[in-house]
Design a protein around this ligand. Structure first.
Ligand code: AMP
Ligand code: MN
Ligand code: MN
Ligand code: MN
Length: 275
């Protein structure tokens, strides 16, 4: 069975509509797909209907932006209940915060001699409630300030660079509680991407388990193959299940296409056996 439990649509910073994402997943042989847009559930209804028509198993998902100490984390919710009010309201508050952050990002880029970025980013955002650094990145490429979005994130929008502003996202405890309260499973996304040393990783995992976290992404487009093994070990040590997803954003963006998800290392307990 081909499983991909992390993907994005135009409802957040993906390039394909929810229906086109489902179609691409079907054509690439995916059997089970989770749509996990950043801080938004608005794509799920359309994706679910498209998946039903094409015989694809769609898992309702979300990727919640969290601030944990000095680090921004992403917590994926899988099999969530999309009508659970604390989740719905919590995500709405995060999206409102994104609007304010976008204005401050644009001011920072203005000060660096790059005008018009807020309007430019908005032109790339199909969901006006969900302005992401990815939309700013695509504007910066269009406007000739960088060759591609990877180059953008090297020179802009990251700590210490023009266009980066610190932001207070949701608390880890709240995000896990919203997911669990809705009937879903909380998954620590792409753990290898965070600037944390081993001791900090252990503290994070301990806290995550204590709060009711269910799984970590072992296989993700953000991990090199040796990191699959590292995070499979962490998962076992902390009694967490293992998830796997491409983190697909669109054709030509990122490393992995939808459904391009290597098998989990031996000894992992796949989180999708719960579905
Ligand atoms: P935001 O949630 O608005 O801060 O935007 C984060 C998004 O930017 C991530 O979900 C990625 O899609 C994208 N992103 C972050 N860092 C990079 C990077 N180094 N290269 C390409 N895309 C990135
Ligand atoms: Mn993204
Ligand atoms: Mn992420
Ligand atoms: Mn993602």
């Amino acid at each position: 069975m081909k499983v991909d439990l992390h993907s994005h649509s135009t409802c957040s910073d993906g390039l394909l509509s929810p229906a086109d994402l489902v179609e691409r997943a079907v054509l690439r042989g995916v059997d089970m797909l989770a749509l996990t847009d950043h801080d938004a559930l608005a794509g799920l209804a359309v994706a679910r209907e498209a998946a039903r028509q094409r015989g694809l198993r769609l898992i309702d998902g979300v990727e919640i932006s969290v601030q944990w100490e000095a680090t921004t984390l992403h917590i994926v919710g899988l099999g969530i209940g999309t009508a659970h009010l604390p989740l719905v309201d919590g995500l709405a508050a995060i999206r409102a915060g994104r609007e304010q952050r976008a204005q401050r990002m644009a001011e920072s880029l203005d000060a660096a001699g790059i005008p018009g970025s807020l309007e430019g980013a908005r032109r790339h955002a199909k969901n006006p409630e969900l302005l992401s650094r990815s939309h700013f990145a695509r504007f910066l490429v269009d406007a000739g300030h960088a060759r591609d979005t990877n180059a953008v994130f090297r020179n802009y929008l990251t700590p210490g660079r023009p266009g980066y502003v610190p932001h207070q996202w949701a608390a880890l405890a709240d995000a896990v509680q919203w997911i669990n309260g809705s009937g879903g499973l909380a998954v620590l996304a792409h753990p290898g991407r965070y600037p944390l040393n081993q001791q900090q990783c252990e503290r994070l995992l301990g806290e995550f388990v204590g709060l009711g976290g269910a799984a970590v992404e072992v296989v993700t487009g953000s991990h090199a193959p040796d990191e699959f093994v590292t995070w499979a070990r962490y998962a076992r040590r902390f009694g967490l299940r293992a998830s796997a997803g491409s983190d697909f954003h669109g054709p030509g963006e990122g490393y992995r296409d939808v459904g391009n998800v290597p098998v989990l290392p031996a000894g992992c307990d796949p989180v999708w056996s719960a579905f």
